[in-house]
Design a protein around this ligand. Structure first.
Ligand code: ZN
Length: 92
């Protein structure tokens, strides 16, 4: 079970424990029954290294609110080999 956080416009934040991946983008507030949007947070991220936590949060947010790009991302830079003999090796 994972604790998911929602924010009611009238009552404030509240949490609910659900199976992983079962959280909806909106849930009814248990107090006033207003539809409440989900707050994107990941519990226990302070125990992970910051890079993993950032990617995990980004991955989870992209399920419902994917990032939209307006142009093609630039190509990755090719690594320059430190040994000149590596330049003669066959390429895949
Ligand atoms: Zn409420």
């Amino acid at each position: 079970m994972v604790r998911y956080e929602y924010r009611c416009p009238a009552c404030g934040p509240w949490t609910v424990a659900l199976p992983m991946g079962a959280a909806d983008a909106r849930r009814t507030c248990p107090t006033c029954e207003e539809p409440s949007p989900r707050r994107w947070s990941a519990p226990l991220l302070n125990r992970m290294d910051p890079a993993s936590a950032r990617e995990r949060l980004r991955e989870e947010a992209s399920r419902d609110v994917p990032e939209v790009v307006t142009s093609v991302p630039p190509a990755a830079r090719r690594r320059v080999p430190s040994d000149h003999r590596q330049a003669r090796l066959p390429r895949p």
